[in-house]
Design a binder for this molecule. Structure first.
Ligand code: GDP
Ligand code: IMO
Ligand code: MG
Length: 426
């Protein structure tokens, strides 16, 4: 048995989808275990580009079992549309398994997400407005609806009745239109019927795969700095994208996690509000944003851009259990005279090497940079470490040195072929 967890080591959109698709080619199973359609994972191969939201990135290979595990929150309407979209593009031969314990994102979750953002005004999180937070909140509050409820018309009627009574009270209090039970039931019971053939106890399926010595890839969504527990709270998502969250969210034993690959851009981006010490603005930010096409996959918002932050990266390494790194969007940095890397913060005159819990303190942190010489060569056709310009080689080695972590993959473009593996690790 060999398992690998793909973890976003920054604020999301590091290229997890691309690397999952790349490594999936040698895997038997690909598992998404947290988040929902707040994720947007882009995959490019054979001249085609796909943006997946809820469906795991192994879906393109008919030999791979794709699992949507218990820790996910699934919007059935969106998920079915996504699947239909894939089928229309010729992806018809696939294996998909959905956990009967995953939670269902209902339309009132989306309404509440939007309303809370509006009430927060300039304190808004900048969520994707997909109802993710309110759905996880209902799960924790024990008024959620699970996939096993949705697919049984009789149980669903009972569960929805109880839940909607409470949710309608909440909606009314907030001045949001309430839902009519019958029309909501009639719409969602149909989604349940369509989803039913994919539903099973995915924890059991994974146990069988572990016993068969399968290669299992866990595809994280979001990034460690957006983790509900370890991220820049409250400017975070509502699940945990760490290595430790995988056993819980997939229903397997913790001892089954072998390795954690941190996916890391050669710089940093963030969508949504919250602290971002190495953020840059102006011409340089524009240059990186355009070269990296840094616009949200889900919401199309321009991503905030900054230098690589090795304090945040080291923090992510520690709390997420990252033991290898994959360096992404390396090609974007070509053409810069000098490139900075943050290796420490200054907080009220004191040097610190970790991320403070207090947001107030984090906002006061000033990045301390080292500066390296850049390179002008286009590296998008590079296929080995040796072909990289010397200064790019030095940049990669410096990141390894600052994070004490080996870079086992670097990526020089969105395509599957623009991926260079430096070492076997799975
Ligand atoms: P994810 O959410 O972590 O899967 O990442 P996204 O798909 O949201 O964002 C990553 C973006 O970078 C996508 O548009 C990818 O196609 C693109 N991408 C991934 N790797 C590279 C790379 O090495 N170079 C360039 N130029 N683009 C890349
Ligand atoms: P992938 O998997 C980047 C951000 C939102 C917001 C915060 C909370 O593609 O890397 P939410 O809708 O989850 O309640 O929003 O988290 N966010 C992401 N940012 N990539 C993502 O996913 C994200 N998923 C959520 O922008 O700041
Ligand atoms: Mg994304």
């Amino acid at each position: 048995m060999s398992t690998l967890v793909i973890v976003g080591s920054q604020w999301g959109d590091e290229g997890k989808g691309k690397i999952t698709d790349y490594i999936a080619q040698e895997s038997n199973v690909v598992v998404r275990s947290q988040g929902g359609n707040n994720a947007g994972h882009t995959i490019s191969f054979d001249g085609e580009k796909f943006a997946l939201r809820t469906i795991p990135s192994g879906i393109f290979n008919p030999k791979i079992k794709n699992v949507m595990a218990n820790g996910m929150v699934i919007n059935p309407k969106q998920m079915l549309e996504e699947l239909e979209g894939l089928e229309q593009r010729g992806i018809k031969d696939y294996q998909l398994f959905i956990s009967n314990r995953a939670h269902v994102v209902m339309p009132y979750h989306q309404d509440l997400d939007g309303a809370y953002e509006q009430f927060k005004g300039d304190k808004k999180i900048g969520t994707t407005k997909r109802g993710i937070g309110p759905c996880y909140a209902d799960k924790a509050n024990r008024i959620g609806i699970r996939i096993c409820d949705l697919i049984d018309p009789i149980i669903f009627k009972k569960v929805l009745k109880d839940t909607l009574t409470i949710k309608n009270m909440e909606l009314k209090m907030l001045g949001i239109p309430e839902y009519d039970f019958d029309s909501l039931y009639n719409e969602y019971v149909e989604y349940g019927k369509k989803i039913k053939p994919f539903v099973c106890d995915t924890s059991l399926l994974l146990e069988e795969e572990i016993e068969k010595d399968s290669k299992i890839l866990f595809e994280g969504a979001q990034g460690v700095m957006l983790c509900l527990d370890h991220g820049t709270y409250p400017y975070v998502t509502s699940s945990s994208p760490t290595g430790a969250s995988v056993p819980l969210n997939a229903g397997i034993a913790a001892k089954n996690i072998n390795n954690v690959l941190g996916i890391c851009k050669a710089y940093t981006t963030r969508v949504g509000e919250g602290p971002f010490p190495t953020e840059i603005e102006g011409e340089l930010a524009g240059y990186i944003r355009e070269r990296g096409h840094e616009y949200g996959t889900v919401t199309k918002r321009p991503r905030r851009v900054g230098y690589l932050d090795c304090v945040a990266l080291n923090y992510a390494r520690r709390v997420a259990g990252i033991n290898y790194l994959s360096l992404m969007l390396f090609d974007v940095l070509s053409g810069l005279d000098k490139i900075k890397i943050c290796y420490a913060y200054s907080l009220d005159g004191k040097i610190i090497n970790t991320v403070p819990a207090s947001l107030d303190e984090y906002y006061r942190c000033k990045p301390i940079y080292l500066e390296m010489d850049g390179w002008n060569e286009d590296i998008s056709n590079v296929r080995s470490f040796e072909e990289l310009p010397l200064n790019a080689q030095k940049y990669l080695r410096k990141i390894e040195e600052l994070t004490k972590t080996e870079i086992v993959i670097f990526s020089v473009g969105p395509d599957r072929l623009q991926t260079i593996k430096l070492k076997e690790f799975f």
